[in-house]
Write a protein that binds this ligand. Structure first.
Ligand code: AMP
Ligand code: MG
Length: 528
């Protein structure tokens, strides 16, 4: 196995002088050296060939026994300099102090084809940041992170990637619903990959401690390593950086809204400075369109991180991030101006998202805003599957001649299969749909695209296949019984999520009734 290891992060940034692996507060440092804790029997359960190639591995490297040893945490290869990063964060709106990589250990960086990648194990054992937890991860959450990060990438959503999913042969005890029913579950380790895993909280921790020196070093490093075009550390480069992060975050969230992804824990320690979706925990996919839905049971009452609130939370998080950069800028107005990049980019990205989902060549704010909002109301009024609806909408059409005489029922018919209870639609609901479809038909006519061109454009942004909550859960239950084939099969299906895959039609099916309230399908906790 030949990887081009590098160690720029630990080389350039101050590290924790203490090398004992015990829980502590770490001051004046961006990282602590720590090696993964060995596991009983590491075995590769699944891997992503695209990510392997991206970091410079060949297929046969993965089947080499060394791979499972190294990526299961049993072997530190020449060139690796493992560490856990120090960061803090706002959790559910409150400053939580030091958090850090409690169960993630970066093995090192790899430079391949001019691009830098951090290779990070999640679940590789305790670190100085583990607090009272064990540093491990269970198989179910590891399968979810592995599959979802790859699915998101293939959907065109900015995300960290996943190289490998390794089972450890050890058990991990978790109380999934914090109800006193702890159970031993199989443990696993995902190797995730990104140019950097730096978070808003990586900067916040030093600002909160008034450690301007470390904050300054981290910022200088970030600019030099990941934003060379912005120039060296200065008031201007920090502002340009903040504006870039604000814009990238807006674009990322617009993609989430487009594909129906709910992150579930948008704490500032889970927000990437590269605008990547990061830290897949109790996330979920929208089955029935509902802007108030959250998969995270811990957040059920408050709904802070619910689907429709994600843009507002992203902006709140960015504001906390901007505050942490104040010592480097010393100018509140200028920070506010840079932050406005979020609004700008959100307006643009969300308009593009709406026009794309509706198949319009251009967004008309006067017409399409209300058209979109009213569509949302209809979708919520009768439980409707978001993914199926937009795929069906691509093929929906009616002729101008037919429109005046068409009944609401006829207009609704082509998308009726997306309804969860097609027969429970009241006459008033059908009328409301009919009214909406008439407006849509007139809008399409004004837009002037041919039906074929519109369908092709819509099917390129409205996926056919997403990682439906129940699909991940089925793969988990099979894997827990020893059959991992479904993981690879799902990875395959989700590689081309916008294509029709006739032999895999069943993976596009709406949520079955058994999954409606089933833990793992609609209700997820942070216990993972
Ligand atoms: P999350 O909200 O899941 O991203 O995690 C918040 C913090 O808790 C991070 O600092 C994690 O590293 C830490 N954490 C979560 N689970 C564990 C675990 N099993 N062992 C150690 N630290 C953990
Ligand atoms: Mg996290």
């Amino acid at each position: 196995m030949q990887l081009n290891w590098d160690d720029k992060f630990v080389r350039d940034l101050p590290g924790d002088p203490e090398t004992r692996n015990a829980t502590r507060q770490v001051f004046g440092a961006a990282w602590s050296a720590v090696t993964p804790t060995p596991v009983a029997a590491p075995r590769v359960l699944a891997w992503s060939p695209e990510v392997a190639r991206m970091v410079g591995l060949r297929d046969h490297d993965i089947t080499d026994p060394w791979f499972a040893q190294a990526f299961g945490g049993n072997l530190v290869l020449d060139g690796m300099r493992p560490y856990a990063a120090c960061y803090g964060g706002h959790q559910f709106g409150h400053w939580a102090g030091q958090l850090g990589d409690g169960r993630a250990i970066t093995l090192g960086e790899v430079v391949e084809a001019g691009q830098r990648y951090e290779l990070q194990l999640k679940g590789a054992g305790p670190t100085p940041y583990s607090r009272r937890a064990d540093g491990r991860a269970v198989l179910r959450s590891s399968i979810r992170e592995f599959l979802c990060s790859e699915a998101m990438h293939h959907l065109g959503v900015p995300t960290t990637r996943a190289l490998s999913l390794v089972t450890t042969g050890d058990k991990v005890v978790r109380d999934m619903f914090y109800d006193g029913n702890a159970a031993a579950e199989p443990g696993a380790i995902v190797c995730r990959v990104a140019p950097s895993f730096l978070r808003f909280g990586s900067f916040q921790i030093h600002a909160a401690r008034q450690d301007e020196d470390t904050l300054r070093q981290l910022m200088a490093y970030t600019l030099e390593t990941h934003f060379p075009a912005l120039g060296p550390l200065s008031k201007e480069s920090v502002l340009a950086f903040l504006e870039w992060v604000a814009r990238a975050t807006a674009v990322m969230v617009a993609h989430w809204m487009r594909v129906g992804f709910v992150h579930g824990v948008m704490n500032t320690d889970n927000m990437s400075i590269l605008g990547l979706t990061i830290d897949y925990g109790p996330y979920g996919w929208i089955d029935a369109f509902d802007t108030d839905w959250t998969p995270n049971t811990t957040d059920e009452a408050q709904g802070r991180y619910r689907f429709g609130y994600q843009p507002a939370i992203a902006e709140w998080n960015l504001t906390r991030f901007a505050e942490s950069l104040y010592p480097l800028v010393g100018d509140v107005d200028a920070l506010g101006k840079a932050l406005a990049g979020f609004d700008d980019a959100w307006t643009e990205a969300s308009r593009e998202m709406i026009a794309g989902k509706l198949g319009l060549s251009e967004y008309d704010p006067a017409i399409d805003g209300p058209l979109w909002d009213d569509l949302g109301e209809n979708l919520e009024r009768v439980e409707t599957d978001m993914t199926l609806f937009f795929r069906a909408l691509a093929d929906w059409s009616t002729s101008a001649d037919h429109l005046p005489t068409a009944s609401a029922e006829e207009l609704l018919a082509p998308v009726r299969h997306a309804l969860y209870a097609p027969d429970a639609c009241s006459p008033a609901d059908v009328e409301s749909w009919g009214h909406w479809f008439r407006r849509y038909a007139r809008r399409l006519e004004a837009d002037g695209r041919t039906a074929d061109a519109r369908a092709a454009a819509m099917n390129a942004v409205n996926p056919k296949y997403v990682l439906r909550n129940y699909l991940a859960q089925e793969a988990i239950e099979l894997a827990e019984k020893g059959d991992a084939a479904r993981i690879t099969e799902l990875l395959d299906v989700l590689r081309t999520p916008y294509d029709e895959q006739p032999s895999r039609e069943h993976f596009a099916a709406k949520r079955p009734e058994w999954a409606r309230d089933k833990p793992g399908c609609s209700a997820l906790s942070c216990s993972s």
